[in-house]
Structure formats: structure tokens, C-alpha cells
Design a protein around this ligand. Sequence first.
Ligand code: HEC
Length: 189
Amino acid sequence: MFIVAGAFVVLAFIGFIVMLMIQSHEEKPMFEMKTHFELSAEGQKGSEAFRLNGCTTCHRALRNGTNMGRTAELDGIGSRRTLQWIEAFLADPEKTYGAPTVDHGATPKRADYVAKIDAHTRHQIAVFLSELKSDPGSSTAEVPPDGRSEFIDSMVKTWAPADWKEKYHDVREKMPTADAYSQDAKETH
Ligand code: HEC
């Protein structure tokens, strides 16, 4: 029993070492980064303000901060929301959300202070957030990768119950290209 378990640990360790060796010899990174950020000077200031104002206690951005959940993940927000939306949200969260919020909003909500940060700093933070983009197919994007993926096709074929095909439509058919999606996002958000 223990010998078998021990063998697994040793194998896992060897596998890890081999992976590190391969990784260090490859030119390309093994895991492609799907979220990216090219910060403008203003965005850079905003990223500092984001940290100084305690946003990272609840949010994740630049792959730093907490892992509380999907709403708290701000990497890629620039592909989902416009700068105007983000700025409006920070100033007047519930009205912009159109729904009750958990933390942003009037006192005694925990992020009530955000709306009281001065407008200039809030603008910088909004610029920073709007510059956090994600590529289609990343965990923070709402669109699947461009083109057909054999992997996704085979997973859907193997795991999706037959009646799903009637109940749900395939988002990949609704959004033919990622370009069309980002056009769309600009108009509707
Ligand atoms: C106490 C936790 C907390 C703090 C601190 C906090 N947030 Fe949030 N934030 C949330 C939660 C939770 C949501 C989801 C909306 C809600 O229910 O309030 C959210 C939503 C957002 C959204 C909208 C995301 C989306 O796409 O729907 C933005 C933008 C945002 N926060 C920015 C900030 C910034 C900038 C700061 C710092 C100045 C900050 N937050 C501080 C908890 C927090």
C-alpha cells in the first residue's frame, strides 16, 4: 500500500522535474497567456491607485489579489465593459448595475468608500481597468476561441446530454467571430 503511494509521489516529482526541464528549453511559453495589459501612463497611475485603495482585498487584477470568485476577477474586464461603464459603476454602482449589489453601494456596504474616492483618481482606476483585456478562449473571456476546436467538439459530443441541443444553442454559432463579438460588446454595454 505505502509502497504504491510512495511510487506515485516519486513519479509525480519526476514528471514535474521533466516538465520544468522541457519548459526551460522551449522558446515559446508552455502556457499561453490569454489575458494581457498594455497600460497607458494614466492606466499605470490607476493601477497604483487600485492597490492603494484596497481594491485587491476583494478583486483580482494583473493576476494579483484575491480569488474570491468570478465577479471579483477584473482581468479581462476591458473586453466586457467600456471605460464609461466602469467609471459610472464606480461612482454609482447600484444604478449602473441595475440590480442590488453586494459590496459596492451606500454605507454600510463594505465597498461604500469607492464612490467617495475623488473623481480624478476614480477615472484613473477606470482607465486602468478598461485596459485589462482578455483574448477569446481565456478563462476571463465570454467568447470561446476563434474557429472550431476539435477538443471542444469532442467534449460536447461525449458529455452533453442529447436534449441540450434542443434546449440551448451553441454560442459558437451565435458569435461567428471574436471580432464580431467585440463590435457587439462596444455597442451594447
Ligand atoms: C469589500 C469587497 C470589495 C472591495 C473593497 C471592492 N470591490 Fe469591487 N466588487 C465587489 C463585488 C462583490 C462586486 C460585484 C458587485 C457587487 O455586488 O457589489 C464588485 C464589482 C466591481 C466592478 C464591476 C465588475 C463587473 O464587471 O461587473 C468593478 C469595476 C469594481 N468592483 C471595481 C472596484 C474598485 C476599483 C475597487 C477599489 C477602489 C473595488 N472594486 C473595491 C467587491 C469589492
